[in-house]
Ligand binder design. Structure first.
Ligand code: ZN
Length: 463
């Protein structure tokens, strides 16, 4: 029964099934031929199986019309250039430890967002998360005077030669130190970011750096280009170029204005006449040497003006020159600050009464009063005092309290061990001079913290 049923059923549908199979076969042949013809006309070589990774879609290589969404359109050249610019900018920010700025830039990339911006964003976040709190208690502060740019003039056997040999560093020595400091793990750090006043008390702020790195503070004393140094191979003043960079003026003609005051007329702007433009250029090339653009501290006295401009002897100049000097002082100070420099008071007089610690309250009021009244209005307020002759006072000495009470709550004497601590409402940070005296007579002081100075001592120094 069942057999017959099957037999009858099967014989009843035999003809239509064959017809359908024939039609299907014809359609398949047409389809295959069409595909073959298309593939022969296709200009792209047919990918072989071995060209493909397992699981890779063949969608894009297929000549068949597709229901899948098309591949994303390739960006035009202008878009790619804009993206590259954004990536470069974010990379520079990351190198200089401006992590939050880099993250913000990449997060707001908008239409420029792609896998490369996402990858960099991830790198920046990782770098930020990998910072470690600086511990250990040892801080570092090196200092210089204006650099000897022309050794033949500085070391010419005149009466100033010995002083320059002891207390100055040459341009070639300073340039040689920078990569050595970097190799030793130092990163320039802003001294004003090391301390804060909380409820009237000074507290050290946490410092976060990449693992193994150390914060370095740097300062330059007496950035005044005193009259006695004008023909001895130093710059004569600072200026600002059209792009806002600090330049050193070299050469020119010395003009005597009387009362022991000289200036230089003319002269050429250079980028390697003193610490500031040299370090600015170095950090531009090595942003990882500076924490968020920090450079150092420019310490100035007042009795010879500031930065080479004799703004405290205005009566010796005509009205136009007076205004020019005041304007220049302000411009230089602003350019220094916007390039990561701090400005410090180094006393007004630099008088021996500081060195001998015989300074009376009356003398101090005169000295600091003149700096605050005649220099600060042009260079801006500061809370940093770089003591003349590196002198230090006891914390309860009323002459020290006078300074703190007049806003100088960061006090930097000279001490090659560079102690750094807060007490009451101020911070003390000792400094080491990386000059001829230390490098030649006390190299162990440099080796202990930084590098061996002997190989970099300028051969142009006197024997
Ligand atoms: Zn000094």
């Amino acid at each position: 029964m069942a057999k017959g049923k099957y037999a009858r059923h099967s014989s009843g549908v035999k003809l239509p099934v064959i017809l359908i199979m024939v039609v299907v076969a014809i359609i398949a042949v047409i389809f295959a031929v069409t595909a073959l013809v298309r593939s022969l006309h296709n200009e792209e070589p047919m990918p072989s199986i071995s060209d493909k990774l397992p699981g890779q879609s063949q969608q894009q290589q297929s000549s068949q019309p597709s229901q899948e969404p098309a591949a994303p359109p390739v960006d035009d050249a202008a878009t790619q250039a804009r993206r590259q610019e954004l990536l470069d900018q974010a990379e520079r920010l990351m190198q200089g430890y401006y992590y939050d700025d880099a993250i913000e830039l990449l997060q707001n990339a908008g239409e420029l967002t792609d896998t490369s911006t996402a990858a960099l964003l991830q790198d920046v976040r990782k770098a930020k998360e990998s910072l470690v709190k600086y511990e250990g208690g040892q801080y570092y502060h090196i200092f210089f005077h204006s650099l000897v740019a022309d050794t033949a003039k500085a070391f010419d056997g005149d009466r100033e030669e010995d002083g320059y040999d002891d207390f100055m560093t040459t341009v070639s020595e300073f340039k040689a130190m920078l990569p050595l400091l970097q190799e030793a793990g130092f990163i320039l750090y802003d001294i004003t970011d090391m301390m804060e006043i909380v409820d009237g008390k000074a507290v050290m702020k946490d410092i976060y750096l990449p693992a193994g790195k150390k914060p370095l503070v740097l300062s330059i004393d007496d950035v005044n280009y005193y009259t006695y140094m004008l023909d001895d191979g130093f710059a004569s003043r600072l200026d600002v170029d059209a792009d806002g960079n600090i330049v050193t003026i070299m050469g020119g003609t010395i003009i005597d204005h009387g009362e022991g005051v000289s200036t230089v007329e003319g002269g050429e702007p250079t980028y390697d006449g003193d610490v500031m433009p040299i370090l600015d250029a170095y950090v531009k090339e090595h942003p990882e040497f500076s924490w968020q653009g920090a450079k150092g501290i420019v310490a100035i006295t007042g009795y010879a003006g500031a930065f080479g401009y004799r703004i405290t002897d205005l009566h010796l100049f005509d009205e136009q020159t007076q205004q020019w000097m005041l304007d220049k002082t302000t411009q230089v100070a602003q350019a220094l600050r916007s390039n990561g420099w701090q400005i410090a008071c180094h006393s007004y007089t630099h008088n021996q009464y500081w060195n001998k610690k015989t300074i009376t309250m009356k003398e101090e009021e005169y000295d600091i009063g003149r700096w605050l009244g005649e220099i600060a209005p042009y260079v801006g307020d500061t809370n940093i005092f770089i003591s003349p002759f590196g002198v230090s006072f006891d914390g309860d000495d009323q002459r020290f309290r006078y300074l703190v009470d007049h806003g100088f709550n960061i006090y930097c004497p000279v001490d090659s061990y560079q102690p750094c601590y807060v007490r009451d409402d101020y911070m003390i940070q000792g400094r080491i001079n990386l000059d001829g005296l230390t490098m030649k007579n006390y190299p162990e002081r440099v080796i202990r913290h930084f590098f061996d100075p002997t190989p970099i001592i300028d051969p142009a120094r006197p024997e």
